[in-house]
Design a protein around this ligand. Structure first.
Ligand code: ADP
Ligand code: MG
Length: 399
């Protein structure tokens, strides 16, 4: 689960990390009020969306000359007019995709006098099963590019969970960033604060880009991106409360209510499959026959008719779906349960697109019989290959 920059900074502040003063706002009037409260003389108006690259982003509705989604301004009037311009408009950045994201909240922040920009992130390293730090002097830039062009400028290390973070970790970060004296001390303190926040809150990723040194020789967290391990949210009510559903795919929210493993994709063939491996194979074979899947969906092993119905409705309600492929290999999952779910969903919401069903395994005869007697317009398939060919053909013919 992702959160906004201002929420991430509020958490880091609880742990004592140095962040600038700032106020989240929803309207231009609130932005003006916040600007007065912060006092200036420099303010930064920051779009709050769940995507990076906002500074270099462009607003769809504004001209090419318009400024980006992070603006440094020098008067209260400019705070207000920038806020009015950004709110409600769609910001397109390197990370949002072409569609962009609508800006509904802003963070009005005190401007910092930047001397240097660094990069610091933390994540779970699955190879070592530890929390890893990634540090670079090349901040404010696209870190993937730095990693590609000048990998020697990226320093990584991980922390042994048995000992937790140690003073030498702080010194490693200071050395990597060429910091000495008081700034090295600040780096040491920051490493402790970030590690405590990361582990206490079950973060999966914490990215600070940039971490800056100000002209007053202070280390400051100027941008913060935080993702939490979704499996841990149940034990952090404070984190759960930060969820902004407007940033998430409505279909994925609906799917999460039924505990379905669902991810929306860009293609046109909706897939309902049991088992993550079979779902991946189904997506691959659709691509092999020249079309793209509209989603990843694993209904799981012990799905009920209710769950299958919900899953099928999510797929049929999606306007980009031009055909549906149900591919079930019944082991724990029973084919008749799948059949009942599909029939129920079609009864409830109708079926506007071709549907190919391939059933195999437990109770397959009962499942096929149910579908056969339902009067549904179903194209039956014998195996995965046959099913993929049939749905691609049916979608092409319907087009
Ligand atoms: P994004 O990464 O989404 O573009 P950032 O928060 O990193 O957004 O902001 C982009 C750039 O704007 C930063 O690299 C920094 O140079 C500048 N910036 C951001 N916040 C401030 C601030 N409070 N004071 C001064 N400059 C800032
Ligand atoms: Mg940034």
């Amino acid at each position: 689960m992702n959160i906004h920059e201002y929420q991430a900074k509020a958490i880091l502040k609880e742990y004592g990390a140095p962040v600038s003063r700032g106020i989240p706002v929803f309207t231009a009037e609130e932005a003006e009020k916040a600007a007065h409260e912060l006092g200036g003389p420099v303010w930064v108006v920051k779009s709050q969306i769940h995507a990076g690259g906002r500074g270099k982003g462009k607003f769809k509705e504004l001209g090419a000359e318009a400024k980006g989604g992070v603006r440094v301004v020098k008067s209260v009037e400019d705070v207000k007019s920038s806020a009015a311009e950004m709110l409600g408009n769609t910001l397109v950045t390197e990370q949002t995709g072409e569609g962009g994201k609508q800006v509904n909240r802003l963070y009005i922040e005190e401007g910092a006098a930047i001397e240097k920009e660094f990069y610091l992130s933390m994540l779970i390293d699955r190879e070592t099963s530890r929390v890893a730090f990634v540090v670079s002097t090349e901040g404010g830039m696209n870190i993937e590019e730095v990693a590609h062009d000048t990998p020697e400028k990226i320093i990584t290390f991980s922390v042994d969970p048995a000992t937790g973070v140690q003073p030498h970790h702080g010194r490693t970060v200071a050395r990597a960033l060429n910091l000495s004296g008081d700034l090295a001390k600040q780096a040491g303190a920051l490493v402790n604060q970030l590690y405590a926040a990361f582990t206490d809150k079950d973060m999966a990723l914490l990215e600070i880009n940039p971490l800056v040194v100000t002209k007053d020789n202070e280390l400051k967290v100027l941008d913060a991106k935080v993702s939490f391990d979704s499996n841990s949210i149940y034990r952090h009510a404070d984190v759960a409360a930060l969820r902004d559903e407007t940033e998430e795919d409505a279909k994925e929210i609906e799917a999460s209510k039924y505990d379905l493993n669902y991810i929306a994709l860009d293609g046109s063939i909706g897939c309902m499959v049991n088992g993550a491996g079979l779902a991946m194979a189904t997506m691959d074979i659709i691509k092999q026959y020249g079309m793209e899947p509209a989603n990843f969906l694993d209904v799981g092993g012990g799905a009920t008719t209710e769950k299958v119905t919900a899953a099928f409705k999510i797929i049929t309600a999606d306007p980009v779906v031009k055909g549906i492929l149900v591919n079930i290999f019944g082991g724990i999952m029973k084919c008749d349960v799948i059949a009942q779910g599909v029939i129920q969903a079609v009864k409830d919401v109708g079926l506007q697109v071709p549907l190919v069903v391939r059933l195999e395994g437990t109770n397959v005869e009962a499942g096929k019989k149910l579908i056969g007697e339902s009067g549904l317009n179903v194209i039956a398939a014998d195996d995965l290959d046959d099913a993929a060919q049939k749905i691609v053909k049916a979608v092409k013919e319907a087009a």
